[in-house]
Each structure stands twice: as C-alpha cells, then as structure tokens.
Design a protein around this ligand. Sequence first.
Ligand code: MLT
Length: 329
Amino acid sequence: MSLTRRGLLAAGTGAAALLVAPQLRAQSSWPDQTITLVIPFAPGGPTDAVGRLIAEVMARDLGVNMVVQNVGGAGGTTGTNRVAQARPDGYTILLHNIGMATAPTLYRRLPYDPLTAFEYIGLVTATPMVWMARPDFPGETFADMLRFVRERRDRVNLANAGLGSASQLCGTLFQAQLGVGATTISYTGSGPIYPEIIAGRIDIYCDQTTSAIPFIQARSVKAMAVTTAEPLPQVPGVPTATGAGLQGFEIAVWHGVYAPRGTPAPVVARLNQALRVALRDPRVVQRLNELGSPPEPESRQTPEAHRAHVAAEIAKWRPILQAAGQFAD
Ligand code: MLT
C-alpha cells in the first residue's frame, strides 16, 4: 500500500492536505521498496526475536518487504549509530531497547544524541529479565547463586551483550548490590552467549525472557530468579530476585522503533500505524505473551509517549549508573 490519501487519512495524521506539499509528492509513493529494520545486536537474542515478530506484520501492512539486518557491537551503539546516519527516507528503521537510555551515561563520546538524532515511531514491549546459570551449576536456588558469587568473586564468569546492553545493566546492578566484581565477558548479543553458558564456559547470565524462555523450557540452563515484582507464570517455580535475596531488583527492558531524524512526518505516521497493526496482530500478541512480554498499551505506542519515555529513562538511569561507577571510554 503506497502512502496514498487513504493511507494518510488512516494514519490519522490529518496530513491529507499535505498531499500537495512538495516534499510529500516525493513521498507519495512511499513505501515502494524494501525497508531495513536494523537490530543492533546479533541474531538469536531478545531484540532479534521481537524485531522479527513485528517486521513480518509491518511488512504485510505496508505492502513491501522488511528485512532484518543485525548490526552488533559496542552494546548496541554501533547499529544504533548506523541508523542515526542513514538517509531519512523511511527505508531504514531501528528497533532498540533500554540501551537507548543508558548509553548517554555510559559513553562519554557517544556518536549520536538519542533525543535529537531520531524520529520516534513508538514503544513496543517491556520485557522482564531472568537470571540463569550453566546447566551443571553447583546449586539450585538463587541463594546458592548469591553464595557462589560472594565466595568466588572475580572467578565467576558473567556474560553480557556489551556496554549499554540490557544484560550489562542487569549485571552491573547485581554486582553493585553484592559489592563484587565478576569477570565479565562481552558478546555482540544474547544469541552467541547461549552456546557458551550451555557449554559451561559462562557461569551466570541475566537475559530477557523473550530469548531465555525456550532455553529454560528445554532445561539447557538453570533459571534462578526473575526481575519482576511477582513471579512469572511463563517461568513457573522460579522466584523473584527481590524475594530471593536482593533489594528492589526489578528491571523491565523496554523496546522502541526509531527512524533517522528528518524522516518526513507522514512517513513516521504511516510507520507508527504499521507498528500498531503489528502489536494488535493475534499471533504477535500470543507469542509475546507466551514469552512473558506483552505489547505495550496503545497509549504508549505513540511517538510522543515514546520520546517522553526515553527522556525520562535517560534522567532516571544516569545517577544510578554513575553511583555504580559505570563509564566507558
Ligand atoms: C541485551 O542484553 O541488551 C540483549 O542481549 C540484546 C540482544 O541480544 O538482543
């Protein structure tokens, strides 16, 4: 479906009058080619899982192909910067997580400003996290894991997806609360970590349920605690971290869709409309619920709500990360 009068009116942008605007005539055929959805982490992780779910339905609604391009590295900032630098023509968009709000504190020379380098399309989902241990871990409970970490300290191998990733945030808060410094091994995303923890080369890992639940259900790893206020029915028999020994340890990894700054407003509105269609799609909703990560409420799927959330999150995490002594370069 091209960006026609019907599309604009359906987008609720009231921009039909803009059909005569010169810049829009250039966009009147949008989209008429493949759209690239950049995932700033390796394949097989939670961001990739959510991205592929929404891309299939957004593509169908927009009437063009949408290809997922994994651009990992530097905790998600490499792929994010790739989109910040892309042509603002609506054919390159980004799905990124809470790292959009932690990177400004963690990186003193971040190549983009999250609040000025992007057009905001909408929030997608907020995903709980779960602490896992290798399958032959010498213990069964979160209390066993805390004891293991307190005793072995820097002889514990902890994985993450790089400085600025959600897994790094979870690991940082965990170590700050225990006052320990594990040996941290960084990867380009969760995908490459699972073979390592299953092989026993990584002792513990904190990841989002959207990629962890299949491995937990397959008993390939040991689930130790979830980062929600209440236990998750999708991870039965696993306590909350707060209830099993940590104080107020609750993290939800929110995800949002972005386009480069300067992407025309009617294109942003049409992308938002396609995202809303995806988040109402019965199969997408069912799969996200199965993975413990329901879609955001419709009130948070607007560009305005998305931008306000990121600004608030940048302000929220800055003092927390500074207190934890977390800086990059
Ligand atoms: C993260 O820690 O942010 C995730 O591992 C990213 C991913 O792999 O999707």
